[in-house]
Design a protein around this ligand. Structure first.
Ligand code: KG4
Ligand code: ZN
Length: 383
């Protein structure tokens, strides 16, 4: 079935204390994990966007010897790189520092050292330019990321899958999130990274598993599909990760084994994510009516080609229109942070200079209150 029309909501309108409808220019800064990023984004008075620059400097080389992100190394690398990356973003934009109307930076959730480094840089710049500071939730950046490349009005169902988080949310407006499901243990990206680590495929894990999977048989290894068919929309990846480790130990550890296990693992993750999304689609329909509706997949794992194809098929059958950001906006970037900054500035949502960095900052505050363990970090589920 093809979706022909999707009910649209009017674009965000500024409130009385908000920026009046005029072009605004935002400097965005991102430093919550292992990418140091800065971007200049113009939001025109009519709500359309002009992305002037988006610089992303990966720390892959720094972390590769350890097979994962080392928080202390990440924080130090951000501190060393930030000034240069921001300068590059401003230069490439063709604009000057004086054209910036506000500085938006990720204030959490994430690795606290890195978040502090980015937020401090943003505070310094905002003060010296005498412009407002906007503290952005990194997850909200991912949630709005499809809007960097196409019009995607609220409301929509969101599958947010990254290295630190896995959740399904109903997104009804800026700052308005209802959690429908989340992981009870590991994040989807974490499962990819750990699978890669077990077989020494290299860091970061996701793209390497995907590459090996292309040469493998996805039916060759029997792996579990945690929570498949359950009435809730939660996920679990810990059992899958353990099953991969066992399969690897039992194999001859050849190149063929790497390819077959990668392909079988990727198929299992795609099965689980599409099954859980199907359940969340039912929940979304129960609140928002029959549809057609919009479905957004965002976060680093959304770059996975097999998963995108499977979600595309699911959406066609379920009367949802799929919005999947281009690969450059799936992983961490500062354009998505600048975008949230622009929308917040339009609503007059600016922050005080004493705002603190937050290692945990759930999008859905009410679900977080019911489950205080939820959030980002090494302790508790990566939901
Ligand atoms: O959103 P992101 O860049 O950072 C976080 O906010 O966590 O996501 C990074 C995660 C990593 O776990 C990485 O292995 C995974 O996204 N990833 C992928 C692919 N590209 C990146 N997972 C599966 N397939 C990919 N092609
Ligand atoms: Zn992210």
């Amino acid at each position: 079935m093809t979706v022909t029309s999707v009910k649209e909501q009017p674009p965000l309108r500024p409130k009385s204390n908000a920026a009046q409808a005029r072009d605004i220019t935002i400097l965005g800064i991102e430093s919550s994990c292992d990418e140091t990023a800065a971007s200049i984004l113009r939001r025109r008075a009519d709500g359309t966007l002009d992305l002037r620059s988006s610089i992303v400097s990966s720390q892959d080389k720094e972390h590769a010897p350890f097979g994962g992100v080392v928080p202390e190394i990440a924080a130090r690398a951000h501190m060393l790189k930030l000034e240069h990356i921001v300068d590059k973003a401003v230069t490439e934009s063709g604009l000057g520092y004086n054209d910036i109307d506000a500085v938006a930076a990720t204030a959490g959730p994430g690795l606290i050292g890195g978040v502090i480094a980015g937020l401090m840089a943003a505070k310094g710049l905002a003060m010296s330019l005498d412009k407002p500071l906007i503290a952005v939730n990194h997850l909200e950046g991912h949630a709005l990321s499809p809007r960097l490349s196409e019009d995607c009005p609220f409301p929509y169902l969101l599958l947010l899958i990254s290295g630190g988080h896995s959740q399904l949310l109903a997104v009804t407006g800026l700052g308005q999130y209802t959690r429908l499901g989340s992981t009870v243990d590991d994040a989807a990206g974490e499962a990819f990274d750990k699978t890669a680590k077990v077989m020494a495929l290299g860091f970061p894990g996701g793209p390497n598993v995907e590459r090996w999977a292309q040469a493998g048989n996805p039916e060759s290894i029997s792996l579990p599909r945690p929570f498949q068919g359950k009435p809730h929309a939660d996920f679990s990846f810990a059992g899958l990760k353990t099953a991969v480790a066992r399969a690897w130990e039992a194999s001859d550890q050849s190149g063929k084994a790497k390819a077959d296990i990668s392909a079988s693992f990727q198929r299992a993750v795609a099965d689980v994510l599409t099954d859980r999304t199907l359940r969340a689609m039912d929940m979304f329909r129960a609140t928002h009516g029959h549809g057609p509706h919009r479905f957004v997949v965002a976060g680093g794992v959304a770059a996975n080609t097999e998963l995108r194809a499977r979600l595309d098929q699911l959406c066609i059958g379920q009367n949802f229109k799929l919005f999947a950001p281009p690969l450059k906006f799936c992983g961490d970037n500062a354009a998505m942070i600048a975008l949230v900054g622009a929308e917040k500035l339009m609503l007059g949502q600016i922050d005080d200079m004493d705002i603190a960095a937050r290692p945990r900052w759930p999008l859905d505050q009410s679900a977080a209150a019911q489950n205080p363990k939820s959030g980002y970090g090494k302790k508790g589920p990566k939901s």
